[in-house]
Design a binder for this molecule. Structure first.
Ligand code: ADP
Ligand code: MG
Length: 589
């Protein structure tokens, strides 16, 4: 451990020298009640930024222990601290948004969702934030004085400001942590209440725009109101809001297990409700408007995704014999169609433990969703390989115990088989189950059911480790995620554009590394995909997200850096990424 004066000394010595001389500052320096860790120094001004950490003693920061005593509270608090550091940086250094990397501080803080992430860490003895910084240069020379100002003055000042717990931070931070704890408590009540989702009264479901995930403004929005017949009241560990009246319950719409339809006219808010349910598997920040929209943790958005690859999925419950005589019990394709991609997605989701499927007509294959009486009369069953979802959705619930929530305004064929039918009309939810059943009685459906067979057990697959090759060029392991929906895994690119429940680029990165880790440690000739995912979850629980760094190549210099940019993905998104890896090979169990 060195004193800060030593860092100052080095920076003054290397001022004006070649950029490579920055290497000398790698190390740990004491500053006041904290430390600066310079973990990784970039090789040149245009390389990925350098990695630094600022750690403050708890004596100084004094974060009350009750705010991180449980796992969920700690996750929430760490997420809060990363946001607070981000705000502090923005407030102090508006120039950080400028193009060009010299002089740029940044921290991987979240957006609307609260996730377990590695950007901030709280322990009994200290609290730490992990950042990236562009070390300043003129041309390719060290700008020692500027670096000194940044590392020796700005960083400790910002760090202390962000991490020292004052009364005003306490009210904000406490509200944040307790709100997240409330959301988690609601999510845990869903199972025992036999619900798949809960939408709290007064929630704001629509977003600002198609490119902004912030809530729609108060002037335009119609706040969510539950229909009386679906209203439930759940318990909360903490009163709502900082100035709550002490009441620890919340009311809202409970969506029961089974088959649920969201119907209604175009542009009346069906997809908006469904999208809020998709995101309800994660906690949201106070003020998001969807804090009290919570969905079963194993709810998976399913959509059609033509042109994706499919590897040995048994799609026979939906797709019978294909024109080329291709088997659909071990269905593989380099380029799926709309219907086969969606059928595969349903079976892949059930394979790894989905309990709820979320689907929207806007992103579904029509021929998988329905086949009406006239089409049945014209195209005989023997010429149509597809058994539509109308004829499978009940079996999926009754035999596989997987519920479905389906946003569909275009067909009444589901009225007979749904348990709950919610109409949204001018953004207001109405329970129209009784009325829809009446319509179904009065206008009998002439279509014939296309299968009487129960929904079969989904075939488990065993992923083969050697098919995940992370090597690229001279790197034995090269895995990158620069965007939320793309992983570069070795030489291949995994397209996650249709995996809509990945919400943060740091999750994407973690998925990439988790796949590598799994291929090294958990995949064997016997382990099914579901078992491999159990092992990954266990790894996250026992060793923490930080340990994903072990997946990095020893030879890569990035290996020395702190893992400040991982966020925890769900097993379902890890599976979805693996299923989309174009080199994946599996064998069926
Ligand atoms: P649908 O799927 O029924 O066609 P959408 O859910 O796509 O409709 O919503 C259509 C539009 O209505 C969107 O622009 C959305 O932002 C807006 N919207 C949805 N819900 C609300 C609401 N509660 N208040 C105000 N606007 C809303
Ligand atoms: Mg829609």
């Amino acid at each position: 451990m060195n004193e800060m004066s030593e860092l100052v000394g080095i920076l003054r010595r290397i001022d004006g020298r070649s950029y490579k001389a920055y290497r000398d500052i790698t190390g740990t320096y004491r500053v006041g009640a904290g430390w600066i860790f310079i973990d990784h120094v970039q090789a040149d001004p245009f390389a990925a930024p350098s990695k630094v950490r600022f750690r403050l003693n708890q004596d100084q920061s004094q974060i009350p222990e009750d705010l991180w005593e449980s796992r969920i509270r700690r996750t929430a608090l760490e997420d809060f601290l990363a946001r607070r550091m981000d705000e502090t940086i923005r407030w102090a250094r508006p120039e950080r948004r400028e193009k060009g990397k010299g002089g740029l501080f940044s921290i991987d803080s979240g957006r609307q969702e609260v996730l377990e992430r590695t950007a901030a860490v709280v322990t009994r003895l200290w609290v730490e934030v992990r950042m990236e910084i562009g070390l300043p240069a003129t041309g390719r020379r060290v700008l020692g004085r500027k670096a000194e100002e940044m590392l020796c003055n700005a960083l400790p000042a910002l760090g202390e400001k962000a991490l020292t717990w004052t009364p005003s931070v306490d009210s904000q931070g406490r509200n944040f942590v307790l709100c997240v704890e409330n959301q988690e408590a609601l999510r845990q009540q869903l199972e025992e209440r036999r619900l798949v989702a809960f939408v709290g009264e007064g929630s704001i479901l629509p977003r600002q725009s198609g490119v902004s995930d912030r809530p729609m403004g108060r002037e335009e929005v119609v706040l969510f109101r539950s229909p009386d017949s679906l209203r439930v009241t759940l318990n909360l560990p903490n009163p709502i809001g900082a100035f709550g009246n002490g009441i620890k319950t919340i009311s809202g719409m409970g969506i029961p297990r089974g088959v649920t339809l969201i119907v209604g006219g175009g542009y009346h808010g069906k997809s908006t409700l469904l999208r809020a349910l998709e995101r309800g598997v994660y906690a949201h920040i106070p003020g998001d408007g969807r804090e009290y929209v919570v969905t079963h943790p194993d709810a998976i958005k399913i959509r059609s995704e033509d042109r994706r690859r499919v590897e040995k999925v048994d799609v026979s419950p939906f797709i019978g014999e294909l024109p080329n005589g291709q088997s659909t019990e071990t269905f593989s394709t380099e380029e799926a169609s709309g219907s086969t991609s969606q059928a595969a997605a349903i079976l892949e989701a059930i394979e790894v433990g989905a309990r709820v499927l979320l689907m929207d007509e806007d992103t579904s294959a029509t021929n998988l969703m329905m086949r009406d009486a006239r089409m049945q009369a014209l195209v005989k069953k023997q010429n149509e390989p597809i058994t539509p979802l109308t004829d499978r959705i009940r079996g999926i619930y009754e035999e596989a115990e997987v519920s479905t929530v389906l946003a569909i305004g275009g067909s009444g064929d589901y009225f007979d088989i749904a348990d709950t039918i919610i109409t949204v009309q001018e953004y207001r939810a109405i329970d129209s189950t009784v009325e829809a059943k009446k319509v179904a009685m009065e206008m009998p459906n002439l279509r014939a059911f296309e299968t009487k067979a129960p929904f079969p057990q989904v075939v488990q697959r065993i992923p083969l480790a050697h098919s995940l090759n992370p090597a690229r060029g001279r790197w034995p392991v090269k895995i990158d995620a620069f965007k939320v929906d793309v992983i570069k895994y070795g030489e291949t690119t995994i397209d996650l554009r249709c995996v809509e429940q990945v919400v943060d680029c740091s999750q994407t990165r973690a998925i990439g590394y988790a796949l590598y880790l799994a291929s090294q440690r958990f995949m064997s000739r016997e382990a099914t995909l579901s078992e491999v995912l159990d092992k990954i979850d266990e790894f996250f629980e026992c060793e923490g997200l930080d340990a994903l760094r072990q997946g990095r190549s020893q030879r890569s210099e990035r290996d020395l850096s702190h893992p400040g940019n991982f966020a925890r993905p769900r097993r379902h998104e890890i599976a979805a990424a693996l299923n989309r890896l174009r080199t994946l090979l599996v064998k069926q169990q």
